[in-house]
Design a binder for this molecule. Structure first.
Ligand code: ZN
Length: 213
């Protein structure tokens, strides 16, 4: 039997995670909101946007906090369990929503991730597959790198027989500007171990992820 799960936020809070302050920032955050606010004001002024109108007065501070939130990864703790029952089929979390920012334009891209692995000695707490995506998405990214980082982290930390990740995303730098290819999605995949080398597992992974490879 293969186990298939669809996960959606909000995910349960991480045990031991430091509480946020009133700015929504964790005490261990490296983000300097005051400096970012000042820089945002200068950036907007340079674009000819006047900030002396009511609706815009606090925009630099809101911009700074919004980006701080996007680039502030919660600490990653991967809870694993002994695979006591010897479960040896794929475990896949489908359609995990994610959002990040492209490192070329600093414009958001978002979509869904399908993350799976073929267990060996250890199995993973199920919300952790979504946590992994969230963790690596919290920085300027390319879709290709994000896909690979999630797969490699899973492979390195869990030592499963294989790991696979598929990302389907819409990039606003492509849909709102440039070619304005509204509705175009980009699909990337990273397969490791048996999911890469064994055609049976490869095909089953893509079938369960709902991707026609
Ligand atoms: Zn871009």
């Amino acid at each position: 039997m293969t186990q298939q799960l669809t996960l959606a936020p909000p995910y349960p809070p991480e045990p031991g995670q430091p509480p946020e302050d009133e700015q929504g920032q964790r005490p261990d955050s490296v983000v300097d909101v005051a400096a970012a606010t000042k820089a945002a004001a200068e950036f907007l002024a340079a674009l000819g946007i006047r900030l002396d109108e009511d609706g815009l007065r606090d925009t630099p501070a809101r911009m700074a906090r919004a980006y701080a939130e996007l680039f502030d990864p919660p600490p990653l703790r991967l809870t694993t369990f002994e695979n006591a029952e010897g479960y040896d089929e794929l475990v896949i979390a489908r359609a995990i929503p994610f959002r990040t920012v492209c490192e070329h334009h600093l414009l958001p891209f978002s979509g869904v991730a399908h993350v799976g692995y073929l267990p060996a000695e250890r199995i993973l707490g199920l919300s952790k597959l979504a946590r992994l995506v969230e963790h690596f998405a919290a920085r300027p990214q390319t879709q290709e790198r994000l896909t690979r980082q999630v797969a490699e982290c899973l492979q390195e930390r869990m030592l499963p027989r294989g790991a696979g990740v598929v990302l389907e995303a819409e990039h606003t730098c492509m849909t709102l500007r440039g070619v304005r290819a509204t509705g175009a999605t980009t699909v990337t995949s990273a397969l490791l171990g048996s999911l890469r080398t064994d055609p049976r597992w490869r095909a089953e992974f893509f079938a369960l992820a709902g991707v026609h490879a």
